[in-house]
Design a binder for this molecule. Structure first.
Ligand SMILES: Cc1ncc(COP(=O)(O)O)c(C=O)c1O
Length: 402
């Protein structure tokens, strides 16, 4: 007789044996709306944090050339020397910091940079302070590591937009706090920390002996006045020995979101630790992608400028149109490429995002996906061409004023 499954034994769920921290991280509220709407004909997708332009061919071709040349072997954990040198040139050009390749470590994305910074700074049970609403991945990565994200909501008003209350930030410090995560310019709020705020955060970190994880990936997307169209940076206010770790990526500036390549900037003394953490994660980034990174940095400036100009126009098109309806709560964002706004009379933003898919054929991301303080808002990504954004604004205005 052959054995068959007994109808009286319920098979144990494999999920019961998964580490609780891995089970506890929330599913993305952005992906839910994307999955709901992605197949609709004519949909204008403004839900994700990326533009509509593919990677420029002069960048992609550098990867193909490298592959054709057989660069398919394991490589440096910290990144190939040519890329580290190119990053150093680029960062010196932007921020005037000393040109030192030893400060830069190539990673498999901005996301992986965050994971490595967390692995360097937080033990299980430790706390990291994160101003919110914020891109949810940093808090989730901390949770996966067994640490606790402590969410501190930004202050908000329609005139000034979002701002960081430094007293509230310092009140959140406990004996378990190890780090503060600062994303400026911010996804999703568009908040940009001015120098005074950055100095204030640095003072708090110094007083309490904390790390700062500075996610400045949108630093080029800055619409305020100031030097060279560059958002204020911790580079401008810190001393070399401050405990600041910078998260960076190729994703946004060079339209390379699908590539998965970024970097960490950190004090050279941290090199052996970062190299080890790369080793035990991915053991290094594919060399052909790194060759493309060199070309992006060395020859991509006019493309970056083109993207920034496009985003600035996009911001004006959508913000001017929807704010004129009188039903929208928003301040024009000074940085990044998102309009994060509330809608008079709408309280359930997840339901609103689904409704806008059905009734206006536009895809936005509900603010509920971005943590404490995001509940009243919805996010629109304006890193796209004028014609499409004008059409999206039209649809949104028609829906809002019907
Ligand atoms: C604030 C912020 N940091 C980091 C990232 C990570 O980018 P990537 O993993 O594509 O390099 C993103 C992506 O949307 C982001 O918005």
């Amino acid at each position: 007789m052959t054995a068959s499954a007994s109808p009286f034994i319920t098979p144990p769920s494999l999920l019961d044996h998964v580490r609780p921290e891995a089970l506890a991280v929330p599913h993305s509220g952005i992906v839910e709306v994307m999955n709901y709407g992605r197949e609709r004909p004519g949909m204008i997708p403004l839900w994700a944090g990326e533009g509509d332009l593919p990677t420029p061919s002069f960048i992609s071709e550098a990867a193909t050339r490298s592959l054709a040349a057989g660069e398919t072997f394991y490589t440096w954990q910290r990144g190939i020397p040519e890329l580290r040198a190119a990053i150093a040139r680029y960062m010196t050009g932007l921020y005037g910091v000393p040109e030192d390749p030893e400060r830069y470590y190539v990673t498999g994305s901005g996301m992986q940079s965050i994971q490595i910074c967390i692995a360097m700074t937080l033990s299980p049970g430790d706390e990291i302070i994160i101003p919110t609403p914020s891109w949810p991945n940093a808090a989730a990565a901390a949770q996966v590591a067994g640490a606790h994200p402590v969410l501190v909501p930004y202050a908000y008003d329609d005139v000034h937009g979002f701002s960081l209350d430094l007293d509230r930030l310092e009140d959140a410090v406990t004996p378990r706090t190890r780090a503060i995560f600062i994303n400026s310019p911010s996804n999703p709020t568009g908040f940009v920390a001015e120098h005074e705020t950055l100095r204030g955060v640095l003072d708090i970190a110094r007083r309490h002996g904390l790390w700062i994880i500075a996610d400045e990936i949108y630093g080029r997307f800055y619409y305020g006045a100031g030097e060279g169209g560059l958002a204020p940076s911790f580079h401008d206010v810190m001393d070399p020995e401050d405990r600041v770790l910078f998260v960076q990526t190729f994703s946004k500036n060079w339209a390379m979101t699908g590539w998965r390549i970024g970097w960490i900037e950190a004090h050279p003394s941290l090199g052996p630790v970062i190299a080890n953490l790369v080793q035990y994660a991915t053991s290094g980034v594919a060399p052909f992608m790194q060759r493309a990174g060199v070309v992006a940095l060395d020859r991509g400036e006019s493309f970056v400028q083109h993207q920034i100009a496009r985003a600035r126009r996009g911001r004006d098109i959508v913000a001017d149109a929807v704010m004129a309806t009188g039903r929208v709560h928003a301040a024009k964002p000074p940085g990044a490429f998102y309009l994060f706004f509330g809608v008079e009379g709408e309280t359930d933003m997840r339901a609103l995002a689904l409704k806008l898919v059905d009734e206006a054929n536009i895809g936005l991301a509900p603010g509920t996906a971005f943590g404490l303080g995001g509940e009243r808002f919805i996010r629109l990504c304006f890193a796209r061409g004028e014609a499409q954004l004008a059409e999206a604004a039209d649809r949104l205005v028609t829906w809002l004023t019907r």
